[in-house]
Design a protein around this ligand. Structure first.
Ligand SMILES: O=C[C@H](O)[C@H](O)[C@H](O)COP(=O)(O)O
Length: 276
């Protein structure tokens, strides 16, 4: 459990954003993905602080909040469906709820995951920015549930399927406002939060664990694929699979996993995890 004050956590996010932007923002960027959440605000702040010419740069939001952050900074926002077909974003920055040793991420704590995934995978480089609370050995160490975005009409069916996969008490996330009822995403869908045991990474599989859900223990890739395959699921808040150059070599643009993740640490330093 973190003992840092709220303002120290904010400073940690700001420090990570500064280093991430200094290391990865291309000086003549044309297309830049901007994610959602509280940390991304510091990424935009750091891009401003670079002082580079952004008059020709288009910033692609991952949802309503993200778009407002872009507009409030005085940047040009262009919705994902308005970019010319085939356009590859120079870079995409985003936060995460948890990042494991293989750079798999959990996202969707703030109810954004679907647009984040299409923006991240459309970029040459996806860069994650977070604070030290998100830096964990395995997904679902500190963060307890996988956010799953679902069509409202299918919500109960998806809950049944998630229970069959071993999730204990998956729930439809309630609205955060005084309005009763479920929270609605930017797509007007629901979020189901599905708790599972910590997820196995590559090293665990190499050590002989199968990760096939026996005793409710899953490998990241296997569980993400199973959840994604449930009819009614728009997307799952696990970002996994190939990353950056590996994904490009396999015929994709970029991967769901970041090529690098920057974490603001409690001592004021910034830690980096990079793809092999
Ligand atoms: O749904 C929200 C997004 O996935 C965020 O990127 C994630 O929750 C991290 O948010 P924050 O930067 O506020 O911790």
């Amino acid at each position: 459990m973190s003992t840092m004050s709220a303002s120290a956590v904010e400073e940690a996010k700001r420090a990570a954003a500064k280093v991430a932007v200094e290391n990865h923002y291309p000086k003549n960027a044309q297309w830049v993905g901007i994610g959602s959440g509280t940390t991304i605000v510091y990424v935009v702040e750091a891009i401003k602080a670079l002082g580079v010419d952004i008059s020709a740069t288009k910033f692609i939001p991952t949802g309503y909040q993200s778009k407002q952050v872009i507009i409030n900074a005085g940047f040009t926002a262009v919705e994902f469906d308005a970019i010319p077909p085939g356009t590859v974003l120079d870079v995409a920055f985003d936060g995460a709820d948890e990042v494991d040793e293989d750079l798999n991420c959990i996202k969707g704590g703030g109810a954004c995951l679907f647009q984040e995934k299409i923006v991240a995978t459309q970029a040459k480089e996806f860069i994650c920015v977070a604070d030290h609370r998100k830096l964990q050995p395995r997904l679902l160490t500190n963060w307890k549930a996988i956010p799953v975005e679902v069509a409202p009409i299918a919500a109960h069916r998806v809950i049944t399927k998630l229970k069959e996969l071993g999730s204990v008490n998956p729930v439809i996330r309630p609205s955060a406002s005084v309005k009763e009822g479920p929270l609605k995403t930017d797509q007007d869908f629901f979020i189901i939060d599905a708790p599972f045991k910590p997820l196995l990474i590559k090293a665990d599989l190499e050590a002989g664990h199968d990760g096939n859900g026996k005793d409710g223990v899953w490998a990241v890739e296997t569980l993400a694929s199973k959840i994604k395959a449930i009819s009614g699921v728009l997307d799952v808040g696990i970002f996994r699979g190939l990353t950056g150059p590996q994904a490009t070599a396999a015929g994709g643009v970029g991967g769901e996993r970041p090529v690098a993740a920057y974490f603001g640490m409690a001592d004021g330093t910034v830690a980096v995890r990079k793809a092999e």
